[in-house]
Design a protein. Sequence first.
Length: 177
Amino acid sequence: MAIKPTIYKLNAALSDLNRDHYDTINLTIALHPSETTERMLARILAFCINSQEHLTFTKGLSEVDEPDIWVRELDDQISLWIDVGEPSVERIKKACRQSAKTIIYSFNSKSDVWWEQSRSKLDRLPISVIQFDWENIQALSTLVERTMNCSITITGDSAYIATERGECEVNWRSLKN
């Protein structure tokens, strides 16, 4: 019998000071059995950083032909493709062909190695690559509950997250714009 995903619910007051975007986000997130809590949190942060109309989580790890997050317009065109992790160069090339904009959010301890190995090939592609600070993501994972209420304030290259269990700041840097 297959292991079922673990369901998390997040209610967040989002304040993105970079874009003057303010919203209340209610998410139901499925943590895939092969996914870590840290990866799920990177997906949530990527979602918040790019919050906009039509932004949705896809089937993610369950569907190899879809990104983690996307914007599908009313005409079914993909205007934004977001992958979390360290995807292959071939996958990123495919994403660039299918969407108007592609963003990769890298987040873990092997992120630097992946970037150095892929950099020369990725430099030619029209993508953005963002790297979350791994230690910050790990610190955030200590605050996770199955049902969470929080506030997320984005300013500059960081997000300040306040939950009932504590507070954390997650920083990131742009590896490629």
